[in-house]
Design a protein around this ligand. Structure first.
Ligand SMILES: NC(=O)C1=CN([C@@H]2O[C@H](COP(=O)(O)OP(=O)(O)OC[C@H]3O[C@@H](n4cnc5c(N)ncnc54)[C@H](O)[C@@H]3O)[C@@H](O)[C@H]2O)C=CC1
Ligand SMILES: O=C(O)[C@H]1O[C@H](OP(=O)(O)OP(=O)(O)OC[C@H]2O[C@@H](n3ccc(=O)[nH]c3=O)[C@H](O)[C@@H]2O)[C@H](O)[C@@H](O)[C@@H]1O
Length: 447
């Protein structure tokens, strides 16, 4: 522990990608942590020291903190209410199914309602799930009305900025920690919770609840906009015979622009950026901020257009008709170093190709089990060579490091037709061409 090193009793509600990482990292900071989830299997697995999803570095840290006696799991909200000085709400806020793009807040309100009857003393409830601006105020009203010691329950919003694949490092050493509060006492307690990172110089920024809620969705919207910007530049490069990677390198050197999040290709997917920009657009529409609605609609449209562009390229490469054509797809996760397949561009494309009659064989180093569950109609291969066996076309759709290590000459001997579309612009196109492949890279010159 850094600073004054005070150990607090921290509860975490929801143990998905965010919550489990947060619980483990809170324990690693030295706090006593009790975590709960409504999914009994997840809790049982975590209590055995197994992470229910793939996240580099998380499982050893989970075991370390279980062994140290700093981390426990429960299925009892009564126990959680009794335990925590601070309760973090980390449940999902997926896109609602009503077609409006709004966030579905059922789980957040459900968690708050399950916790509230057990809050019998002064305590701080902290929202960490990404929510539309105004949600925290609604939660305060609901919790204060439902808790036996309602007037003693304080509420704060502490958005999370971790990236999957780097979740542990991003949680323990974030760029900044944002405290959305209504008063000094919540800020003081939160500064004690995060004493170690704050003492190491990580900025802690305090603001009102609404600004903190907006900071989170603004950050994700900016990242999404940056990706869509480089992807329209890829379209422009393609229309001009120019090279989007060289363009990204050259503009990215300017510190005001920065090279990060300027990787062109298939665009963004995952459990957060797509649903967060849609929820933000829906809120902006309700509040009459039409220009934000327009901006985010454009970002979303550009993004989804990238998937169609790869499908068009596949059709072109295969003579216009996909029916009966064998296509090997490299990658199923929405990005490398994760087994998360939520809104995965790769699986979306694979499904559409299969719908058009192609025989699609998918490979991924870690996301196969998740992919099979949501896309059982596709074929799955245990190795790149098995996926590519007899293929008419190879699509590189998630940029795992393993795929950069493929020997194109060896793979050429496996396929029926050596044609590659590098949807992520990260393979060494020259080396593949030298090995006899025809290579298409959206946004880069043909050869
Ligand atoms: N996945 C990520 O990298 C990040 C996620 N976020 C935000 O964090 C929130 C959670 O996201 P994920 O962890 O990805 O979702 P997830 O779907 O992996 O996890 C949500 C968990 O909440 C549990 N849950 C639902 N209702 C519950 C209840 N009443 N009581 C206890 N547990 C309950 C579910 O069973 C599930 O395990 C979302 O708002 C997301 O936008 C924010 C930053 C990073
Ligand atoms: O709110 C969240 O849940 C998180 O969403 C994103 O994190 P994550 O979804 O884990 O992954 P990113 O690394 O942001 O990638 C998102 C998508 O954008 C794509 N991407 C990313 C960068 C890029 O240059 N180009 C690009 O197409 C990735 O392939 C991936 O599909 C944000 O980066 C996190 O800061 C945030 O906390």
């Amino acid at each position: 522990m850094g600073g004054n090193g005070q150990i607090l009793r921290v509860s975490v509600i929801g143990t998905g990608y965010l919550g489990l990482t947060h619980a483990v990292c809170m324990a690693d900071l030295g706090h006593q942590v009790l975590a709960i989830d409504v999914d009994a299997e997840k809790i049982a697995k975590a209590a055995r020291g197994e992470t229910p999803f793939f996240e580099p570095g998380l499982e050893p840290l989970l075991r370390k903190n279980l062994d140290a006696g700093r981390l426990r799991f429960t299925d009892s909200f009564a126990e959680i209410g009794e335990f925590g000085d601070v309760h973090f709400i980390c449940v999902g806020t997926p896109q609602s199914k009503d077609g409006t793009g709004h966030a579905d807040l059922t789980y957040v309100f459900g968690a708050a309602e399950a916790l509230a009857p057990h809050l019998n003393r002064a305590t701080l409830v902290v929202g960490k799930s990404t929510v539309p601006v105004g949600t925290s105020r609604q939660l305060i009203d609901r919790m204060q009305a439902a808790a036996p010691a309602g007037e003693l329950v304080d509420y704060a919003f502490n958005p999370e900025f971790l990236r999957e694949g780097y979740a542990v490092q991003d949680s323990l050493t974030p760029d900044r920690i944002v405290f959305g509060v209504t008063g000094e006492s919540a800020e003081t307690l939160l500064r004690r919770v995060f004493d170690t990172p704050l003492s190491s110089g990580i900025p802690g920024i305090t603001m009102d609840l609404e600004t903190a809620e907006l900071v989170k969705v603004a950050a994700n919207s900016f990242l999404a906009t940056k990706i869509s910007f480089i992807n329209v530049m890829a379209e422009m490069c393609e229309a001009s015979g120019a090279d989007v990677i060289k363009l990204a390198d050259a503009i990215g050197i300017d510190e005001r622009i920065g090279r990060k999040f300027l990787s062109p290709g298939l665009g963004f997917g995952g459990g957060c950026l797509p649903k967060d920009i849609r929820a933000f657009r829906a809120t902006a529409g309700e509040r009459g901020v039409g220009s934000l609605v327009d901006l985010l609609t454009t970002v979303d449209t550009i993004n989804l257009g990238r998937r169609h562009r790869v499908i068009d390229l596949a059709r072109q490469a295969l003579g216009g008709d996909l029916s009966g054509k064998r296509i090997a797809v490299l990658g199923a996760a929405f990005k490398p170093n994760s087994d998360d397949i939520r809104d995965s561009p790769s699986l979306d494309i694979s499904g559409r190709l299969s719908d058009e009659g192609a025989i699609v064989s998918v490979h991924d180093p870690v996301a196969m089990a998740n992919a099979k569950r949501v896309r059982p109609e596709l074929r799955y291969a245990d190795s790149v060579h098995e996926a590519a066996d007899g293929a008419d076309l190879v699509l590189h759709l998630t940029e795992w490091a393993d795929y950069r290590a493929i020997d194109p000459a060896a793979l050429r001997a496996t396929v029926a037709n050596p044609v590659l579309i590098d949807g992520r612009c990260t393979l060494d196109a020259a080396a593949w061409r030298a090995a006899g492949w025809t290579v298409f890279v959206p946004g880069r010159p043909a050869a």
